[in-house]
Design a protein around this ligand. Structure first.
Ligand code: G1P
Ligand code: ZN
Length: 545
Protein backbone atom coordinates (compact mmCIF):
# COMPACT_ATOMS: atom_id res chain seq x y z
CA UNK A 1 0.00 0.00 0.00
CA UNK A 2 1.55 3.24 -1.13
CA UNK A 3 1.01 6.18 1.20
CA UNK A 4 1.29 9.66 -0.23
CA UNK A 5 2.18 12.76 1.75
CA UNK A 6 0.34 15.68 0.13
CA UNK A 7 1.42 19.23 0.99
CA UNK A 8 -1.35 21.72 1.75
CA UNK A 9 -1.82 25.03 3.51
CA UNK A 10 -4.22 25.78 6.38
CA UNK A 11 -7.75 27.10 5.97
CA UNK A 12 -8.64 29.60 8.63
CA UNK A 13 -12.32 28.75 9.05
CA UNK A 14 -12.29 25.16 10.32
CA UNK A 15 -13.59 25.91 13.80
CA UNK A 16 -16.24 23.35 14.82
CA UNK A 17 -19.52 24.85 16.09
CA UNK A 18 -22.32 23.47 18.29
CA UNK A 19 -22.14 20.18 16.42
CA UNK A 20 -18.99 19.70 14.35
CA UNK A 21 -17.76 21.58 11.27
CA UNK A 22 -20.64 22.68 9.02
CA UNK A 23 -20.16 24.44 5.71
CA UNK A 24 -21.67 24.62 2.28
CA UNK A 25 -20.96 21.54 0.14
CA UNK A 26 -19.02 23.82 -2.20
CA UNK A 27 -16.66 24.77 0.63
CA UNK A 28 -15.99 21.11 1.45
CA UNK A 29 -15.30 20.53 -2.26
CA UNK A 30 -12.45 23.05 -2.20
CA UNK A 31 -9.24 21.08 -2.91
CA UNK A 32 -7.65 19.85 0.36
CA UNK A 33 -10.45 21.32 2.55
CA UNK A 34 -11.96 18.05 3.76
CA UNK A 35 -8.55 16.34 3.74
CA UNK A 36 -6.95 18.96 5.99
CA UNK A 37 -9.76 18.77 8.53
CA UNK A 38 -9.77 14.99 8.63
CA UNK A 39 -5.99 14.91 9.04
CA UNK A 40 -6.35 17.41 11.89
CA UNK A 41 -8.79 15.01 13.57
CA UNK A 42 -6.33 12.12 13.21
CA UNK A 43 -3.48 14.33 14.46
CA UNK A 44 -5.42 15.06 17.64
CA UNK A 45 -7.27 11.75 18.20
CA UNK A 46 -4.08 9.73 18.53
CA UNK A 47 -6.05 6.87 20.13
CA UNK A 48 -7.39 5.99 16.67
CA UNK A 49 -4.04 4.62 15.53
CA UNK A 50 -4.15 0.82 15.71
CA UNK A 51 -7.80 0.97 16.75
CA UNK A 52 -11.32 0.93 15.34
CA UNK A 53 -13.13 3.82 13.66
CA UNK A 54 -16.86 3.92 12.83
CA UNK A 55 -17.67 5.89 9.69
CA UNK A 56 -20.98 6.87 8.09
CA UNK A 57 -23.33 9.70 7.32
CA UNK A 58 -26.88 10.75 6.60
CA UNK A 59 -26.69 10.10 2.86
CA UNK A 60 -26.78 13.73 1.81
CA UNK A 61 -25.02 14.99 -1.31
CA UNK A 62 -21.22 14.49 -1.04
CA UNK A 63 -21.61 11.75 1.59
CA UNK A 64 -20.18 8.97 -0.58
CA UNK A 65 -17.32 11.10 -1.97
CA UNK A 66 -16.33 12.17 1.51
CA UNK A 67 -16.40 8.58 2.79
CA UNK A 68 -13.99 7.44 0.07
CA UNK A 69 -11.57 10.27 0.91
CA UNK A 70 -11.79 9.77 4.68
CA UNK A 71 -11.27 6.03 4.24
CA UNK A 72 -8.02 6.59 2.34
CA UNK A 73 -6.76 9.08 4.93
CA UNK A 74 -7.73 6.69 7.73
CA UNK A 75 -5.83 3.83 6.08
CA UNK A 76 -2.79 6.11 5.67
CA UNK A 77 -2.99 7.09 9.34
CA UNK A 78 -2.82 3.53 10.61
CA UNK A 79 -6.41 2.93 11.70
CA UNK A 80 -6.58 -0.85 12.03
CA UNK A 81 -10.32 -1.48 11.60
CA UNK A 82 -12.95 0.72 9.94
CA UNK A 83 -16.64 -0.13 10.06
CA UNK A 84 -18.71 1.73 7.45
CA UNK A 85 -22.50 1.58 7.11
CA UNK A 86 -23.70 0.01 3.88
CA UNK A 87 -24.30 2.71 1.28
CA UNK A 88 -22.22 5.02 3.48
CA UNK A 89 -25.28 5.35 5.71
CA UNK A 90 -25.36 5.53 9.49
CA UNK A 91 -27.60 7.63 11.69
CA UNK A 92 -25.97 9.71 14.41
CA UNK A 93 -27.49 7.54 17.18
CA UNK A 94 -26.36 4.39 15.38
CA UNK A 95 -22.76 5.65 15.22
CA UNK A 96 -22.87 6.41 18.92
CA UNK A 97 -24.14 2.90 19.63
CA UNK A 98 -21.61 1.19 17.34
CA UNK A 99 -18.69 3.01 18.97
CA UNK A 100 -19.83 1.77 22.35
CA UNK A 101 -20.84 -1.74 21.33
CA UNK A 102 -17.63 -2.53 19.43
CA UNK A 103 -15.37 -0.47 21.70
CA UNK A 104 -14.18 1.67 18.80
CA UNK A 105 -11.77 4.50 19.56
CA UNK A 106 -14.08 6.95 17.82
CA UNK A 107 -16.40 7.70 14.96
CA UNK A 108 -16.79 10.19 12.15
CA UNK A 109 -20.33 11.29 11.28
CA UNK A 110 -21.03 13.08 8.02
CA UNK A 111 -24.10 15.26 8.34
CA UNK A 112 -25.37 18.78 8.64
CA UNK A 113 -28.31 17.43 10.63
CA UNK A 114 -31.52 19.23 9.69
CA UNK A 115 -29.90 21.71 7.28
CA UNK A 116 -30.91 21.26 3.61
CA UNK A 117 -28.70 19.12 1.35
CA UNK A 118 -27.82 18.93 -2.34
CA UNK A 119 -24.99 20.51 -4.36
CA UNK A 120 -25.89 23.97 -3.03
CA UNK A 121 -26.85 22.74 0.41
CA UNK A 122 -24.89 22.08 3.58
CA UNK A 123 -22.45 19.38 4.59
CA UNK A 124 -20.83 18.61 7.90
CA UNK A 125 -18.33 16.43 9.70
CA UNK A 126 -18.33 15.61 13.37
CA UNK A 127 -16.00 13.51 15.51
CA UNK A 128 -17.42 11.34 18.28
CA UNK A 129 -15.11 10.10 20.98
CA UNK A 130 -14.68 6.71 22.55
CA UNK A 131 -17.70 7.14 24.87
CA UNK A 132 -19.86 7.48 21.73
CA UNK A 133 -20.58 11.15 22.30
CA UNK A 134 -19.61 14.31 20.43
CA UNK A 135 -16.00 15.23 21.18
CA UNK A 136 -15.73 17.87 23.88
CA UNK A 137 -14.76 21.49 23.36
CA UNK A 138 -11.20 20.82 24.49
CA UNK A 139 -10.80 18.35 21.63
CA UNK A 140 -12.55 20.47 19.00
CA UNK A 141 -10.38 23.45 20.02
CA UNK A 142 -7.29 21.27 19.52
CA UNK A 143 -8.51 20.21 16.08
CA UNK A 144 -9.11 23.83 15.15
CA UNK A 145 -5.63 24.83 16.35
CA UNK A 146 -4.13 21.94 14.39
CA UNK A 147 -6.03 22.92 11.25
CA UNK A 148 -4.50 26.40 11.50
CA UNK A 149 -0.94 25.10 11.33
CA UNK A 150 -1.33 21.98 9.22
CA UNK A 151 1.11 21.52 6.36
CA UNK A 152 -0.29 18.43 4.67
CA UNK A 153 -2.05 15.09 4.99
CA UNK A 154 -1.36 11.40 4.46
CA UNK A 155 -3.51 9.50 2.00
CA UNK A 156 -3.40 5.90 0.76
CA UNK A 157 -3.17 5.31 -2.98
CA UNK A 158 -6.11 2.99 -3.54
CA UNK A 159 -9.23 2.71 -5.68
CA UNK A 160 -12.62 3.69 -4.36
CA UNK A 161 -14.33 0.74 -2.70
CA UNK A 162 -17.91 -0.38 -3.25
CA UNK A 163 -20.15 0.63 -0.36
CA UNK A 164 -23.17 -1.14 -1.85
CA UNK A 165 -23.02 -4.51 -0.13
CA UNK A 166 -21.85 -5.80 3.22
CA UNK A 167 -18.37 -7.31 3.09
CA UNK A 168 -14.77 -7.07 4.24
CA UNK A 169 -11.67 -5.74 2.54
CA UNK A 170 -8.06 -5.65 3.69
CA UNK A 171 -5.87 -2.70 2.75
CA UNK A 172 -2.38 -3.12 4.12
CA UNK A 173 -2.80 -3.17 7.91
CA UNK A 174 -6.41 -1.96 7.79
CA UNK A 175 -9.53 -4.12 7.82
CA UNK A 176 -12.47 -2.31 6.21
CA UNK A 177 -15.90 -3.72 6.93
CA UNK A 178 -19.15 -2.66 5.27
CA UNK A 179 -21.91 -3.40 7.79
CA UNK A 180 -25.71 -3.41 7.93
CA UNK A 181 -26.40 0.09 9.28
CA UNK A 182 -29.64 -0.85 11.06
CA UNK A 183 -29.47 -4.23 12.83
CA UNK A 184 -27.26 -3.42 15.85
CA UNK A 185 -29.32 -0.33 16.57
CA UNK A 186 -32.65 -2.13 16.16
CA UNK A 187 -31.43 -4.86 18.55
CA UNK A 188 -30.62 -2.22 21.16
CA UNK A 189 -34.16 -0.82 20.89
CA UNK A 190 -35.54 -4.31 21.58
CA UNK A 191 -33.59 -4.33 24.84
CA UNK A 192 -35.07 -1.03 26.01
CA UNK A 193 -38.73 -1.34 25.05
CA UNK A 194 -41.49 -3.95 25.12
CA UNK A 195 -41.83 -4.89 21.46
CA UNK A 196 -44.57 -7.44 22.21
CA UNK A 197 -46.76 -4.78 23.80
CA UNK A 198 -46.24 -2.33 20.95
CA UNK A 199 -46.91 -5.07 18.40
CA UNK A 200 -50.27 -5.82 20.05
CA UNK A 201 -51.19 -2.13 19.97
CA UNK A 202 -50.23 -1.79 16.30
CA UNK A 203 -52.20 -4.94 15.49
CA UNK A 204 -55.34 -3.70 17.24
CA UNK A 205 -58.34 -2.37 15.35
CA UNK A 206 -58.28 1.36 14.70
CA UNK A 207 -54.71 2.07 15.81
CA UNK A 208 -52.13 3.27 13.34
CA UNK A 209 -49.00 5.38 13.19
CA UNK A 210 -47.30 7.54 10.59
CA UNK A 211 -43.54 8.07 10.71
CA UNK A 212 -42.15 10.68 8.31
CA UNK A 213 -38.49 9.97 7.58
CA UNK A 214 -38.31 13.11 5.41
CA UNK A 215 -36.18 11.29 2.82
CA UNK A 216 -33.37 11.28 5.35
CA UNK A 217 -31.45 8.66 7.32
CA UNK A 218 -34.21 7.21 9.50
CA UNK A 219 -36.07 5.68 6.55
CA UNK A 220 -34.24 2.33 6.73
CA UNK A 221 -34.27 2.33 10.56
CA UNK A 222 -37.96 3.12 10.89
CA UNK A 223 -38.95 0.66 8.17
CA UNK A 224 -37.06 -2.18 9.86
CA UNK A 225 -38.23 -1.34 13.37
CA UNK A 226 -41.84 -0.25 12.87
CA UNK A 227 -42.86 -2.19 9.77
CA UNK A 228 -40.70 -5.33 10.06
CA UNK A 229 -40.13 -5.91 13.77
CA UNK A 230 -43.36 -4.31 15.07
CA UNK A 231 -45.65 -5.23 12.16
CA UNK A 232 -46.98 -1.71 11.58
CA UNK A 233 -48.96 -1.60 8.35
CA UNK A 234 -47.04 -1.15 5.11
CA UNK A 235 -46.90 2.56 4.34
CA UNK A 236 -46.69 3.55 8.02
CA UNK A 237 -43.24 4.98 7.26
CA UNK A 238 -43.46 7.71 4.61
CA UNK A 239 -40.66 9.40 2.63
CA UNK A 240 -38.60 6.38 3.65
CA UNK A 241 -35.99 6.47 0.92
CA UNK A 242 -32.88 8.51 1.88
CA UNK A 243 -32.16 10.99 -0.94
CA UNK A 244 -29.10 13.16 -1.51
CA UNK A 245 -31.21 16.33 -1.47
CA UNK A 246 -33.91 15.02 0.91
CA UNK A 247 -36.34 15.28 -1.99
CA UNK A 248 -35.80 19.04 -2.05
CA UNK A 249 -37.15 19.30 1.50
CA UNK A 250 -35.78 20.64 4.72
CA UNK A 251 -35.21 17.58 6.94
CA UNK A 252 -36.19 19.31 10.16
CA UNK A 253 -39.02 17.64 12.09
CA UNK A 254 -41.23 20.53 13.06
CA UNK A 255 -44.74 21.65 12.14
CA UNK A 256 -43.47 23.83 9.32
CA UNK A 257 -41.24 21.36 7.47
CA UNK A 258 -42.97 18.05 8.19
CA UNK A 259 -45.98 19.22 6.14
CA UNK A 260 -47.05 15.86 4.76
CA UNK A 261 -47.11 14.31 8.21
CA UNK A 262 -49.06 17.21 9.69
CA UNK A 263 -51.63 16.96 6.88
CA UNK A 264 -52.10 13.23 7.55
CA UNK A 265 -52.55 13.81 11.28
CA UNK A 266 -55.17 16.49 10.72
CA UNK A 267 -57.62 14.37 8.73
CA UNK A 268 -60.17 13.98 11.49
CA UNK A 269 -61.36 10.42 12.08
CA UNK A 270 -59.01 8.99 9.48
CA UNK A 271 -55.90 10.34 11.17
CA UNK A 272 -53.24 7.99 12.48
CA UNK A 273 -53.15 7.95 16.29
CA UNK A 274 -49.48 8.85 16.54
CA UNK A 275 -47.42 10.90 14.12
CA UNK A 276 -43.66 11.27 14.24
CA UNK A 277 -40.83 12.65 12.14
CA UNK A 278 -37.07 12.66 12.37
CA UNK A 279 -34.31 14.83 10.92
CA UNK A 280 -31.44 14.47 8.46
CA UNK A 281 -29.19 12.36 10.69
CA UNK A 282 -31.86 10.79 12.91
CA UNK A 283 -31.16 12.42 16.25
CA UNK A 284 -34.14 14.81 16.33
CA UNK A 285 -37.79 13.95 16.46
CA UNK A 286 -41.26 15.41 16.67
CA UNK A 287 -44.31 13.71 18.19
CA UNK A 288 -47.83 14.74 17.30
CA UNK A 289 -51.31 13.38 17.78
CA UNK A 290 -54.36 14.23 15.66
CA UNK A 291 -54.48 18.05 15.70
CA UNK A 292 -52.14 18.08 18.67
CA UNK A 293 -48.48 19.05 18.97
CA UNK A 294 -46.27 18.14 21.94
CA UNK A 295 -43.49 20.64 22.37
CA UNK A 296 -40.09 19.01 22.86
CA UNK A 297 -39.53 20.49 26.30
CA UNK A 298 -42.80 18.90 27.43
CA UNK A 299 -41.68 15.65 25.80
CA UNK A 300 -38.67 15.50 28.10
CA UNK A 301 -40.81 16.26 31.15
CA UNK A 302 -43.41 13.63 30.21
CA UNK A 303 -40.71 11.03 29.57
CA UNK A 304 -39.17 11.80 32.95
CA UNK A 305 -42.50 11.47 34.74
CA UNK A 306 -43.32 8.14 33.08
CA UNK A 307 -40.02 6.38 32.48
CA UNK A 308 -40.51 3.97 35.41
CA UNK A 309 -43.30 2.34 33.38
CA UNK A 310 -40.92 1.34 30.58
CA UNK A 311 -38.94 -1.89 30.58
CA UNK A 312 -35.49 -0.33 30.12
CA UNK A 313 -35.97 2.34 32.78
CA UNK A 314 -37.71 0.55 35.63
CA UNK A 315 -34.71 0.90 37.92
CA UNK A 316 -35.51 4.62 38.22
CA UNK A 317 -33.69 7.71 37.03
CA UNK A 318 -30.33 8.82 38.39
CA UNK A 319 -31.06 12.38 37.42
CA UNK A 320 -32.01 14.43 34.36
CA UNK A 321 -30.52 17.30 32.39
CA UNK A 322 -31.75 19.90 29.97
CA UNK A 323 -30.04 22.60 27.99
CA UNK A 324 -30.44 26.20 29.15
CA UNK A 325 -33.06 27.19 26.55
CA UNK A 326 -35.20 24.08 27.15
CA UNK A 327 -38.27 24.92 29.21
CA UNK A 328 -38.28 24.20 32.90
CA UNK A 329 -41.13 21.69 32.64
CA UNK A 330 -38.72 18.86 33.46
CA UNK A 331 -37.48 20.72 36.55
CA UNK A 332 -40.94 20.37 38.10
CA UNK A 333 -40.93 16.62 37.52
CA UNK A 334 -37.39 16.21 38.85
CA UNK A 335 -38.37 18.10 41.99
CA UNK A 336 -41.38 15.83 42.49
CA UNK A 337 -39.23 12.73 41.99
CA UNK A 338 -36.50 14.09 44.25
CA UNK A 339 -33.80 13.76 41.60
CA UNK A 340 -31.20 16.24 40.37
CA UNK A 341 -31.96 18.35 37.28
CA UNK A 342 -28.87 19.81 35.58
CA UNK A 343 -28.94 22.88 33.33
CA UNK A 344 -26.26 22.83 30.62
CA UNK A 345 -25.27 24.99 27.65
CA UNK A 346 -26.80 24.22 24.26
CA UNK A 347 -25.48 21.15 22.43
CA UNK A 348 -25.38 17.47 23.25
CA UNK A 349 -21.69 17.43 24.12
CA UNK A 350 -22.39 18.88 27.57
CA UNK A 351 -24.55 15.91 28.55
CA UNK A 352 -21.70 13.46 27.92
CA UNK A 353 -19.86 13.98 31.21
CA UNK A 354 -23.09 13.77 33.21
CA UNK A 355 -24.07 10.51 31.50
CA UNK A 356 -20.58 9.00 31.79
CA UNK A 357 -20.40 9.94 35.45
CA UNK A 358 -23.73 8.22 36.16
CA UNK A 359 -25.40 11.46 37.23
CA UNK A 360 -28.26 11.41 34.74
CA UNK A 361 -30.37 8.88 32.84
CA UNK A 362 -32.47 11.17 30.60
CA UNK A 363 -31.65 14.47 28.93
CA UNK A 364 -33.05 16.71 26.25
CA UNK A 365 -33.19 19.97 24.39
CA UNK A 366 -35.98 22.20 23.17
CA UNK A 367 -34.73 21.71 19.62
CA UNK A 368 -36.57 18.42 19.17
CA UNK A 369 -33.98 16.23 20.89
CA UNK A 370 -34.25 13.73 23.74
CA UNK A 371 -32.00 10.90 24.76
CA UNK A 372 -30.92 8.59 27.53
CA UNK A 373 -27.86 6.78 28.80
CA UNK A 374 -28.31 4.03 26.17
CA UNK A 375 -25.99 6.05 23.89
CA UNK A 376 -24.28 9.45 23.96
CA UNK A 377 -26.37 11.28 21.35
CA UNK A 378 -29.95 12.37 21.18
CA UNK A 379 -32.04 9.75 19.47
CA UNK A 380 -35.10 10.30 17.29
CA UNK A 381 -36.29 6.73 16.70
CA UNK A 382 -35.70 5.86 20.36
CA UNK A 383 -37.91 8.78 21.42
CA UNK A 384 -40.71 7.71 19.08
CA UNK A 385 -40.54 4.17 20.48
CA UNK A 386 -40.65 5.63 23.99
CA UNK A 387 -43.92 7.40 23.14
CA UNK A 388 -45.41 4.45 21.32
CA UNK A 389 -44.60 2.16 24.23
CA UNK A 390 -46.10 4.69 26.64
CA UNK A 391 -49.31 4.90 24.63
CA UNK A 392 -49.46 1.09 24.65
CA UNK A 393 -49.03 0.97 28.43
CA UNK A 394 -51.40 3.79 29.33
CA UNK A 395 -54.08 3.18 26.73
CA UNK A 396 -54.33 6.96 26.36
CA UNK A 397 -53.81 9.20 23.36
CA UNK A 398 -50.85 11.55 22.94
CA UNK A 399 -53.11 14.46 23.80
CA UNK A 400 -54.59 12.78 26.89
CA UNK A 401 -51.13 11.92 28.22
CA UNK A 402 -49.93 15.49 27.71
CA UNK A 403 -52.99 17.16 29.21
CA UNK A 404 -52.89 14.88 32.24
CA UNK A 405 -49.24 15.86 32.68
CA UNK A 406 -50.07 19.57 32.60
CA UNK A 407 -52.90 19.06 35.07
CA UNK A 408 -50.46 17.47 37.50
CA UNK A 409 -47.35 19.63 37.05
CA UNK A 410 -48.66 22.83 35.46
CA UNK A 411 -48.11 23.93 31.88
CA UNK A 412 -45.04 25.70 30.51
CA UNK A 413 -46.07 27.67 27.45
CA UNK A 414 -42.96 27.78 25.33
CA UNK A 415 -41.79 29.00 21.94
CA UNK A 416 -38.61 29.79 20.04
CA UNK A 417 -38.40 32.74 17.66
CA UNK A 418 -35.54 32.66 15.15
CA UNK A 419 -34.22 35.71 13.32
CA UNK A 420 -32.23 34.23 10.46
CA UNK A 421 -29.71 35.42 7.89
CA UNK A 422 -28.61 38.36 10.02
CA UNK A 423 -25.52 40.41 9.48
CA UNK A 424 -23.07 38.92 12.00
CA UNK A 425 -22.04 42.31 13.36
CA UNK A 426 -25.65 43.35 13.91
CA UNK A 427 -26.35 40.08 15.73
CA UNK A 428 -23.23 40.46 17.88
CA UNK A 429 -24.30 44.03 18.67
CA UNK A 430 -27.64 42.78 20.02
CA UNK A 431 -25.83 40.37 22.32
CA UNK A 432 -23.24 42.93 23.41
CA UNK A 433 -25.94 45.46 24.29
CA UNK A 434 -27.89 42.78 26.17
CA UNK A 435 -24.84 41.78 28.20
CA UNK A 436 -24.69 45.33 29.50
CA UNK A 437 -28.44 45.73 29.93
CA UNK A 438 -28.99 42.57 32.00
CA UNK A 439 -26.51 43.65 34.63
CA UNK A 440 -29.06 46.04 36.12
CA UNK A 441 -32.32 44.21 35.54
CA UNK A 442 -32.67 42.08 38.68
CA UNK A 443 -35.12 43.70 41.08
CA UNK A 444 -36.69 45.93 38.43
CA UNK A 445 -40.00 45.55 36.58
CA UNK A 446 -40.42 45.06 32.84
CA UNK A 447 -43.91 45.93 31.62
CA UNK A 448 -45.17 45.21 35.13
CA UNK A 449 -43.36 41.85 35.47
CA UNK A 450 -40.88 41.63 38.34
CA UNK A 451 -37.43 40.41 37.30
CA UNK A 452 -35.90 38.05 39.84
CA UNK A 453 -32.56 37.51 38.09
CA UNK A 454 -30.78 38.30 34.83
CA UNK A 455 -27.35 37.27 33.57
CA UNK A 456 -25.25 35.74 30.81
CA UNK A 457 -25.29 31.98 31.52
CA UNK A 458 -22.03 30.41 32.57
CA UNK A 459 -21.74 26.65 33.12
CA UNK A 460 -19.38 24.88 35.45
CA UNK A 461 -19.26 21.21 34.56
CA UNK A 462 -19.79 19.37 37.86
CA UNK A 463 -17.62 16.45 36.73
CA UNK A 464 -14.45 18.12 35.44
CA UNK A 465 -15.09 21.67 36.73
CA UNK A 466 -14.48 23.15 33.26
CA UNK A 467 -16.18 26.48 32.75
CA UNK A 468 -18.09 27.45 29.60
CA UNK A 469 -19.28 31.05 29.69
CA UNK A 470 -21.33 33.46 27.54
CA UNK A 471 -23.88 30.77 26.72
CA UNK A 472 -26.98 32.91 26.55
CA UNK A 473 -28.66 35.91 28.11
CA UNK A 474 -31.40 34.91 30.52
CA UNK A 475 -34.01 37.01 32.22
CA UNK A 476 -36.05 35.21 34.84
CA UNK A 477 -39.24 36.66 36.31
CA UNK A 478 -40.79 36.16 39.71
CA UNK A 479 -43.81 34.43 38.17
CA UNK A 480 -41.39 31.83 36.69
CA UNK A 481 -41.59 33.26 33.17
CA UNK A 482 -38.29 33.35 31.29
CA UNK A 483 -36.74 35.07 28.28
CA UNK A 484 -33.46 33.88 26.71
CA UNK A 485 -31.33 35.10 23.86
CA UNK A 486 -28.42 33.37 22.15
CA UNK A 487 -26.79 33.13 18.76
CA UNK A 488 -26.94 29.87 16.84
CA UNK A 489 -23.71 27.88 16.56
CA UNK A 490 -24.79 25.66 13.67
CA UNK A 491 -25.54 28.05 10.82
CA UNK A 492 -23.45 28.26 7.67
CA UNK A 493 -24.52 31.72 6.46
CA UNK A 494 -24.69 34.97 8.44
CA UNK A 495 -25.99 34.77 11.99
CA UNK A 496 -29.19 33.49 13.57
CA UNK A 497 -30.51 35.05 16.75
CA UNK A 498 -32.67 32.72 18.81
CA UNK A 499 -35.17 34.12 21.27
CA UNK A 500 -36.73 31.62 23.67
CA UNK A 501 -39.94 32.50 25.51
CA UNK A 502 -41.48 30.68 28.44
CA UNK A 503 -44.40 31.19 30.79
CA UNK A 504 -45.46 28.92 33.63
CA UNK A 505 -49.15 28.42 34.26
CA UNK A 506 -50.05 26.18 37.20
CA UNK A 507 -53.81 26.78 36.91
CA UNK A 508 -55.50 24.02 34.79
CA UNK A 509 -58.27 26.40 33.74
CA UNK A 510 -55.53 28.36 31.92
CA UNK A 511 -54.17 25.40 29.93
CA UNK A 512 -56.20 25.99 26.75
CA UNK A 513 -54.50 29.16 25.53
CA UNK A 514 -52.95 29.42 22.09
CA UNK A 515 -49.17 29.33 22.61
CA UNK A 516 -48.19 32.57 20.85
CA UNK A 517 -51.05 34.44 22.49
CA UNK A 518 -50.00 33.10 25.87
CA UNK A 519 -46.47 34.36 25.25
CA UNK A 520 -47.30 37.70 23.64
CA UNK A 521 -46.40 39.75 26.72
CA UNK A 522 -43.00 38.04 27.01
CA UNK A 523 -42.35 38.55 23.28
CA UNK A 524 -43.08 42.25 23.61
CA UNK A 525 -40.75 42.59 26.60
CA UNK A 526 -38.01 40.71 24.74
CA UNK A 527 -38.30 42.98 21.70
CA UNK A 528 -38.05 46.02 23.91
CA UNK A 529 -35.16 44.83 26.09
CA UNK A 530 -33.07 43.74 23.12
CA UNK A 531 -34.19 46.59 20.88
CA UNK A 532 -34.58 44.12 18.08
CA UNK A 533 -36.26 46.53 15.69
CA UNK A 534 -33.53 49.13 16.19
CA UNK A 535 -30.62 46.69 15.81
CA UNK A 536 -32.00 44.36 13.17
CA UNK A 537 -34.56 46.44 11.34
CA UNK A 538 -37.06 43.63 11.88
CA UNK A 539 -39.97 43.23 14.20
CA UNK A 540 -41.00 39.71 13.25
CA UNK A 541 -39.00 36.48 13.46
CA UNK A 542 -38.46 34.30 10.37
CA UNK A 543 -39.35 31.03 12.05
CA UNK A 544 -41.49 30.34 15.08
CA UNK A 545 -41.42 26.88 16.62
C1 G1P B 1 -29.08 23.78 17.35
C2 G1P B 1 -30.01 23.58 18.53
C3 G1P B 1 -29.29 22.78 19.61
C4 G1P B 1 -28.77 21.48 19.03
C5 G1P B 1 -27.93 21.75 17.81
C6 G1P B 1 -27.49 20.47 17.12
O1 G1P B 1 -27.94 24.51 17.76
O2 G1P B 1 -30.46 24.80 19.04
O3 G1P B 1 -30.17 22.55 20.67
O4 G1P B 1 -28.00 20.79 19.98
O5 G1P B 1 -28.66 22.53 16.87
O6 G1P B 1 -28.59 19.69 16.70
P1 G1P B 1 -27.79 26.11 17.55
O7 G1P B 1 -27.98 26.36 16.07
O8 G1P B 1 -28.88 26.73 18.34
O9 G1P B 1 -26.41 26.41 18.06
ZN1 ZN C 1 -29.67 16.07 13.72
Amino acid sequence: MNIQQIASTPFTDQKPGTSGLRKKVTVFQTPHYLENFVQAIFNCATELKGNMLILGGDGRYYNSDAIQTILKIAVANGISHIKIGRGGLLSTPAVSHLIRKYRAAGGIILSASHNPGGPDGDFGIKYNATNGGPADTKFTDQVFANSMTISGYRIAEMDNISLATAGQFQFGETLVEIIDPVSDYADLMEELFDFGQMKRLLGSEGFSICFDAMHAITGPYATEIFQQRLNAAAGSVINAQPLEDFGGGHPDPNLIYAKELVARLNQGDNSPNLGAASDGDGDRYMIIGPNFFVNPSDCLAIMTANSHLLAGYQAGLKGVARSLPTSRAVDKVAAALGIECYETPTGWKYFGNLLDDGRITLCGEESFGSGSDHIREKDGVWAVLFWLNLVAIKGQSIEEITRAHWARFGRHYYSRHDYEGLDSHAAEAVMAALRIRVKNLAGTHLAGHAVSSADDFSYTDPVDNSITDRQGIRIIFEDESRILFRLSGTGTEGATLRLYLERYEPDPTMHQLETQAALAAMAAIAGEVAQLKEHLGRDQPDIIT
